[in-house]
Design a protein around this ligand. Structure first.
Ligand code: AMP
Ligand code: GLY
Length: 429
């Protein structure tokens, strides 16, 4: 029987998921998304435009279409319990239950789990339920802290002392949060992302990726959902030593084991955001899903049958032999509306130029009558894939700069100059 797979979500990440699921496969793709993504709409047999957190609508569409499996893209439906809901109807899901998704949705849960199970890579941290106590701690603490609301913030909720705020700014921010807050030691080093397929017990890593959170070239400007990312042909990053990669993977293996021990086994995609420090990798956070843009890098490289991996994840039969990635470099560049993220220019026409060999993933963009218009979030992305980083960057850059309209992108992602800076920074520590 051919598989029928529901993809939940409508961003660039979900376009990459849908494209990878349908590549060399007969699987039927169905989509639920809040806003019609033209790329997903072209792949899917049927789309349902609905909020991804509207569990009853998603479940009704799943039932109507007879999907057997679901892949959940974003975190908000996971937090709402979409996996619990779909599994009640016998639909096998790539994604954790609501309880297991707390690894992302509750930062205190994540830190406490790591501490209780003596998992390495946890920074010094404290959880506060009272703003005055948190403020007193900031005042008496020697050194910079990272300030994090406990729940989901779309990657924009963290303030780093010494980077974005001073002590007074930190105190104001804690007052503004008006809820539980985690204070952590400020980590120094280079960030990397390690994503893995997990079936509850087994974990199979994907190529390392480095994302770029800041809006502008040279890592300046406000934090965004992610402006683009790159990966290397050897699936590693030149500033991450082999033993640091091994340590990061072993932290993820320990977390998966701890989740099983706690009675909330973890299944789906586990995304580890690490800071490679001079003491080795430390955990910045875990996400319960693919990264966006990082999914576009790794899924553009996936050489094995993705529906087969979906089955292995949901059956608990995942093994490294079922997962292969092409030995190529990738560079992903997002185009975003002028003014993004604070005041994006909405409803502006854009036109695609010559994309060359680049892969195109649509995100938050309106298509009507063959014309594209910007919306409030990231618009679309190009991925260059080639034998070397330099070639991959050229492909992505040429495609991105051929787009006309009120959008911009980062020119430095995937360039040799940026990579050299990362390597030099790591050596400095
Ligand atoms: P998050 O939303 O937890 O991914 O954090 C957003 C960004 O804040 C990360 O990508 C890091 O650049 C930064 N960050 C988070 N936690 C820390 C930390 N403990 N030390 C330094 N930077 C951090
Ligand atoms: N690119 C970071 C994230 O998806 O959370």
């Amino acid at each position: 029987m051919d598989m029928k797979i529901l993809v939940v979500g409508g961003g660039g990440r979900e376009h990459a998921i849908a494209a990878a699921l349908s590549r060399n496969s007969e699987a039927g793709i169905y989509s639920v998304m809040a806003k019609k993504n033209p790329g997903i709409a072209r792949i899917a047999r049927e789309c349902c435009i609905a909020r991804e957190t509207d569990l009853e609508k998603v479940a009704a569409f799943a039932k109507k279409t007879g999907v057997t499996h679901a892949v959940i893209g974003p975190e908000s439906p996971l937090e709402a319990g979409i996996v619990d809901r779909l599994e009640k109807d016998g639909i096998a899901c790539v994604g954790p239950t609501r309880a297991a998704a707390r690894i992302e949705t509750d930062k205190a849960f994540c830190r406490n789990l790591m501490a209780e199970h003596h998992i390495s890579g946890n920074p010094e941290y404290r959880v506060f339920h009272d703003a005055d106590e948190a403020i007193a701690f900031v005042k008496n603490h020697d050194g910079d802290l990272a300030i994090k609301p406990i729940g989901l913030t779309g990657g924009k909720g963290v303030r780093i002392m010494g980077e974005q705020v001073d002590t007074a700014g930190a105190i104001d921010y804690i007052r503004e949060i008006k809820g539980d807050v985690v204070l952590e030691e400020r980590l120094k080093g280079e960030e990397f992302t390690l994503q893995a397929f997990v079936d509850g017990t087994h974990i199979v890593p994907m190529p390392l990726v480095q994302d770029h959170k800041r809006a502008f070239d040279g890592d300046t400007g406000p934090n965004t959902g992610g402006m683009g990312a790159y990966s290397m042909p050897d699936h590693r990053l030149p500033f991450v030593a082999k033993n640091d990669l091994t340590a990061a993977l072993s932290i993820m293996i320990s977390v998966v084991a701890a989740m099983a021990k706690e009675g909330t086994p973890y299944k789906g995609i586990l995304y580890g955001q690490f800071m490679d420090t001079k003491e080795g990798p430390k955990v910045i956070e875990f996400n319960a899903r693919f990264g966006d843009p990082e999914a576009m890098n790794v899924l553009s490289l996936l050489a094995s049958d993705f529906p087969g991996i979906v089955t292995a994840i949901t059956d608990g039969t995942l093994s490294a032999s079922k997962v292969a990635f092409e030995p190529a470099a990738t560079v992903c560049k997002y185009l975003v509306p002028e003014g993004y993220p604070s005041s994006p220019q909405v409803n502006r026409p854009i036109s695609l130029g010559n994309a060359g060999k680049a892969l195109l993933y649509y995100a938050n963009v309106e298509e009507s009558g063959g014309a594209l218009r910007t919306l409030t979030s990231r618009t679309l992305a190009f991925v260059g894939k080639a034998a070397t980083l330099e070639e991959a960057e050229k492909i992505a850059e040429q495609a991105a700069s051929s787009v006309q309209g009120s959008v911009f992108h980062r020119r430095d992602i995937g360039t040799r100059a940026l990579l050299e800076r990362r390597i030099a920074h790591m050596k400095e520590l």
